[in-house]
Design a protein around this ligand. Sequence first.
Ligand code: PMP
Ligand code: GLU
Length: 411
Amino acid sequence: MPKINNLKTNKFMSNLLSDRINRLSPSATLAMSQRSSELKAQGVDIINMSVGEPDFNTPDHIKQAAKQAIDDNYTRYSPVPGYAELKKAIVNKLKRENNLDYTAEQILVSNGAKQSVCNTIMAMISNGDEVIIPTPYWVSYPQMVLMADGKPVFVEATIEQDFKITGKQLEQTITERTKLLILCSPSNPTGAVYSKEEMEDLAKVLRKYPQVYVICDEIYEHLNYTNTPHVSLASFEGMKERCIIVNGVSKAYAMTGWRIGFIAAPVEIVKACNKLQGQYTSGPCSVSQKAAEAAYNLPQDCVEQMRKAFERRKNLIVSLAREIKGFEVNDPHGAFYVFPKCSYFFGKSFGDRKINNSTDFAMYLLEEGHVATVGGDAFGSPECFRMSYATSDENIKEAMQRIKTCVEKLK
Ligand code: PMP
Ligand code: GLU
C-alpha cells in the first residue's frame, strides 16, 4: 500500500484515475458554455452561441403536469425502463409521427438522449468493434465509443456534399469488425437533413451487411425546415430490426434540463440497456417522466411555434453570415446550428494573436468579440466552427455584427 505522502507523487497520481477516464476528452460544447457563463458572471457582455439548447421556456401545460405529479406523489423510484404510461405515450408518438409500430417492451426511457446513445454503445460494443461515425459529428459520439473500448471509424462528409455521406462512402468503410453506424439527422453540428432518397441510398448498402446496426439519433426531428416530414431510417424496408431510434423531449419541447430521452429498438437491445441502466442510474426522474408524458400526449402546437421561430432565425443568421467575407456558409435544413467554414482566416493575425486553427478562431471570437461559439476540431471538422442560433433575433444580429468587426481585423 502506498504511504499517505506518496499521494503527491506523480506515479501515484497517474494510477489514481482509470485508463478509461484518462483517454476521455471533456465535452467541448459544455466547456465553451461553461467558459461563457464564467465570463458573464465577471460582468462581460457575452452572447452565448456555444451550447445547443432552446432558449424558450418549457411550455406551461408541461410544467403543470410536473406540478401535478409532485402533488400526486410521483416521488418514488420508477420502473427502470420508465413508467408504463410514458412508454405508451412514446409508442403512440412513434405511430402518429413516424408511422412505426413498436410495443412498450421495445422502449427504454433514460436520463436524456445522451444516456440513450451511451447505453446503446455500452451494451453493444466490445473491445475493438468498429463504429462508423460520419464527420462532422456530435462531440460525444467518438468519446462514448472509446469509453466502450470500441474503435471510432470516421467517414468525411464535406461542405460540398452538404455534410452528408453517401451509400458508396458507407460501403467503402464497412469491414468485418463494423458493428454500428451512428446517423444523426437533422444533424448536430451541421443542420444537414438526409432526404428520403439519401436515406434509401444508405439503406440499400446496409441491407447487404446484416451485422451492422444503426443508432438513429433523431433528437432534432421536429426542427426540420425542409418541406417534407422527417424520415427515420427505421421506416425503410428491413431496417427497423437493425435500428436503435434515439429521441427525447429536450429539443422539441424545450426540456433540456428535465433529462428525458428514450430508445426504440429490438427487444434484445432494450433488455441489455435496461440491465445496464438498472445497475448504473435506475429509472429516470419520476416527475420529469410525467412531464414528458404530457408533452407527448397533449396538443403539439408549441412544437410548431418553436420550429417556426427557429426557421426564421436560421434564415436571419445564414443571410448575415454570408455577408462576412471569408466564410463559406451551408444552408442548414434542420436543428439550430450553422457550421461555416472559417479556414480562410487560418494563418492571419490581429496584433500578436495568430489564428492557427478553428479552436483559436473560436477563442478569438470569444475574447475579442465576446461571442461564444465552438471550434470545429471538436466535431472532427477543423476547417469550420459552430454557432447555435437558439437565441433571440436581437442577439443573432448583434453577434454577427461583432463577429464581422472581429474578423475584419485579421490580416
Ligand atoms: N444527440 C445530439 C445530436 C444532441 O445534440 C444532443 C444534445 N445534447 C443529444 C443527443 C442529447 O440530448 P439530451 O439533452 O436529451 O441528453
Ligand atoms: N447537444 C448540445 C450541444 O451540442 C448540448 C451540449 C452537450 O450535451 O454536449 O451543444
